[in-house]
Design a protein around this ligand. Structure first.
Ligand code: KG4
Ligand code: ZN
Length: 330
């Protein structure tokens, strides 16, 4: 059995996990920085980096203690090396390098997006390559054909905002605070999804790309008319976004060729309406639908450790001078 220690610090979650190649999460801890960033309505990079630096080392110790393990029991150290807020990424990567050096263990420099992309395989041992992945988070909105570890065909991306960003900006317009996605989802349950006429950017477009900036602006304009309730605005926004996601994913399904499943991952995959809509789409096409459990959707270290498990099994370790990458497309 192999045990990988994973570290995540690319945005506003400080997270540490221990995961085995038998898909067991031995221990995991997540410290959210929501309280620190809430007054600013979004993540402040400098505050995030400092909070990661304060919390990470004690969290590594505590997570090992939770599992009753020492650093010597671990086979390799995996950390997010990008993309993300560079200060936080550097805190996590440097910590991983120090641990790897001290314990003489290999380092695995993980692409955060690969962590999201492979996370469904941690929860589902049956999920085989290749699969069609909708990766929707605060910073990314892509449709990928996941062919194998490190082998991705990007079928679509967003030409402006990411889906999570659209949720967050809508939440800001409606005064729902930060983080916005879950708040919009909650309020949408009380509203009429057809109550506010909103655009569906790129719906029906030949390429499966996304665009959400126009939708977000339309929410702002509708809000400013004072004609609509916040619940109707939230519900109508979510419905418009969903219509786009389903249409774009359908287009990508036609372009992807043979795949074993339709898979959704990333923070927005925690949204139940998104999951239900995609499940319906997959069922209609006779395709399996896979979504990781909610706590594996938003940023966490188990997905980083799992990507480490997959890379370690292929011998894909990294040198100690691996540089953090603020931008790092899959
Ligand atoms: O993957 P993630 O935790 O961090 C990034 O790598 O970006 O994703 C965070 C994003 C945020 O935009 C957040 O508002 C969104 O995921 N999100 C949701 C929900 N939970 C998180 N969006 C809609 N509905 C949710 N339930
Ligand atoms: Zn993420």
């Amino acid at each position: 059995m192999k045990i990988i220690l994973g570290i995540e610090s690319s945005c506003d979650e400080t997270a540490v996990a221990l995961v085995t190649d038998g898909r067991v999460i031995l221990a995991q801890r997540i410290a959210s920085q929501d309280e620190e960033h809430r007054p600013y309505g979004g993540v402040v990079p400098e505050i995030a980096a400092r909070a990661h630096a304060e919390r990470l080392a004690p969290m590594v110790e505590a997570t090992l203690a939770d599992a009753g393990l020492g650093l010597d029991d671990v086979d390799a150290i995996a950390a997010t090396a990008g993309p993300g807020l560079i200060g936080g990424v550097m805190v996590g990567l440097v910590t991983a390098k120090a641990l790897a050096m001290a314990a003489d263990k290999p380092l695995l420099a993980i692409n955060h997006l690969e962590g999201h992309a492979l996370s469904p395989r941690l929860a589902d041992s049956e999920l085989a390559y290749p699969y069609l992945l909708l990766l929707v988070s605060g910073g990314h909105c892509q449709l990928l054909r996941v062919n194998g570890v490190g082998d991705y065909t990007r079928l679509a991306t967003t030409i402006d905002d990411a889906l999570g960003e659209a949720f967050d900006k809508t939440a800001k317009v409606l005064g729902l605070g930060y983080p916005g996605g879950p708040a919009v989802e909650r309020l949408a349950l009380e509203g009429n999804p057809r109550g506010v006429p909103l655009p569906r950017p790129l719906l029906g477009g030949a390429e499966p790309h996304f665009s959400f900036a126009g939708l977000k602006s339309a929410v702002l304009r509708a809000y400013e008319t004072g004609q609509y309730s916040k619940a109707d605005l939230a519900a109508s926004f979510q419905q418009a976004a969903l219509d786009c996601v389903v249409d774009r994913t359908k287009r990508a399904m036609a372009a992807a060729g043979d795949v074993t499943a339709l898979v959704v991952a990333g923070g927005v995959a925690a949204n139940k309406a998104v999951r239900a809509a995609l499940e319906g789409l997959a069922a209609g096409a006779g395709l399996r639908f896979v979504a990781p459990p909610l706590k594996l959707c938003t940023d966490n270290a188990a997905m980083i450790a799992w990507a480490g498990v997959e890379r370690f099994a292929l011998g894909l370790t990294d040198p100690l001078d691996f540089a953090a990458r603020p931008r790092w497309p899959l």
